[in-house]
Design a binder for this molecule. Sequence first.
Ligand code: SF4
Ligand code: SF4
Length: 166
Amino acid sequence: MPPFWETKSLTEMTRQEWESLCDGCAKCCLHKFIESEDTAEEDEFKPTDYIHEDEQLVYTNIACYLLNDKTCACTQYEKRTTLVPDCVKLTQDNLDDVFFMPPSCTYRRLQEGKGMPSWHPLLNKGKKSAMHKAGMSVRGKIVKDNDVYLEDYDEHIVTWPLNELD
Ligand code: SF4
Ligand code: SF4
């Protein structure tokens, strides 16, 4: 039997199947910024859920303070959207926002027809070690947002979250 991610679309999956697709890389817990000439100074660090065609999304190595930097898991998963209001919770109902996810994100990969990568925990007995070894998680690469000034984000811009394997 082929696995469910090869036979079902993202919207057809059960809640459990959907949740199991998350590789736990935590790249979505990194702060991203949109570089734009037109943003008013007072709006510069406000969260947004849209991007214009001529704008560019840049990743930083600054992660949310609630992230466990060893396990790459959220330390307050159940309360995350209350504690961090701009924490992006991707669901089957807001799949249009998947482009905010990094290219290696399983949801984005499946939505773009790229399939499951070989390092994914679902193909490695549920373990994250192959993903960490392949450098596809944030482990060992981040600083926390309560330790740095977000205004200095340009000192933290990185391109590794855009890397893909397979
Ligand atoms: S980037 Fe995607 S696969 Fe990785 S932790 Fe976030 S939601 Fe899960
Ligand atoms: S609240 Fe949790 S899931 Fe949301 S960005 Fe922070 S660490 Fe990640």
